[in-house]
Design a protein around this ligand. Structure first.
Ligand code: URA
Length: 250
């Protein structure tokens, strides 16, 4: 039995992951990690067999993302947000996704369900994804902040600074082929700027670089709900994203 494999599973348990919820079950099971997590005190036989190099590194990514999720779930860096949140909101979609959407922060629906972009703006994002001939489950969705700011106010500079390492680590593990920054808070994070220095309407439509990963800046779906005529711009942005992914849409 491969020792480093045992060490990774142990690290995951130490990070607090003792079970896998249904929404993440299939992707983890695919990579034999589920059998490593149950039962809680596995015998040698219940641990996964080491796979090929590439399977192990894909599994590594899942393990490390799950460990990061567990770390985020107990974060108490922003005392106000942890007192008011129902739960942290880490991601939706596939860790194998080629395309990653980065939003701002969870709202009330996301806070209640623990999944990003499930409210009205999220439903619009789902429509945009489907218009690109993708399913939500095929992309990865996450936010700059992992906790809901009360009354959906803008994230404060201190909250952004506290949460920054989590998103950086999440994206470093994910390494998608392409990302889409939804709105100015996501654009600011990926550009390494402060939100006040990001003229979103000027920057949208162009592709930038985040640690070697190209990303498109576009308008936030919540903005589109208030300004439906701007949907045309977002659609142009998404067509360019899909063209760069080699999956052009008409
Ligand atoms: N808006 C965001 O930026 N993120 C969500 O998860 C929901 C709404």
């Amino acid at each position: 039995m491969n020792r480093s494999w045992h060490q990774r599973v142990d690290a995951l348990r130490r990070a607090g992951l003792s079970y896998v919820d249904r929404s993440r079950w299939n992707s983890l099971a695919e990579h034999s990690i589920v059998s490593a997590l149950e039962p809680m005190t596995p015998t040698e036989e219940s641990l996964p067999m080491p796979g090929s190099g590439s399977m192990e590194s894909t599994s590594d990514k899942f393990v490390q993302l799950e460990a990061l999720r567990a770390e985020v779930s107990v974060c108490r860096k922003c005392s106000l947000l942890c007192d008011t949140r129902t739960q942290t909101v880490f991601n939706d979609g596939s860790p194998n996704a080629e395309l990653c959407f980065v939003g701002e922060a969870p709202g009330a629906d996301e806070d209640a369900r623990g999944i990003p972009f499930v409210g009205k703006a999220g439903q619009l994002l789902t429509k945009i994804i489907e218009a690109c001939q993708l399913q939500r489950s095929e992309v990865y969705i996450c936010n700059v902040l992992k906790c809901r700011p009360p009354n959906n106010r803008n994230p404060s500079p201190e909250e952004i600074a506290n949460c920054r390492p989590y998103l950086d680590r999440q994206l470093d593990l994910l390494r998608p082929k392409m990302m889409v920054a939804l709105g100015k808070f996501a654009a600011a994070h990926l550009l390494g700027e402060t939100p006040d220095k990001v003229p979103i309407t000027k920057l949208r439509g162009s592709v930038h670089d985040y640690r070697g990963i190209p990303f498109m800046i576009t308008l936030h779906p919540a903005y589109l709900l208030r300004n439906p005529s701007a949907k045309r711009d977002v659609w142009e942005d998404m067509k360019e994203v899909m063209r760069r992914l080699g999956r052009p849409v008409a």
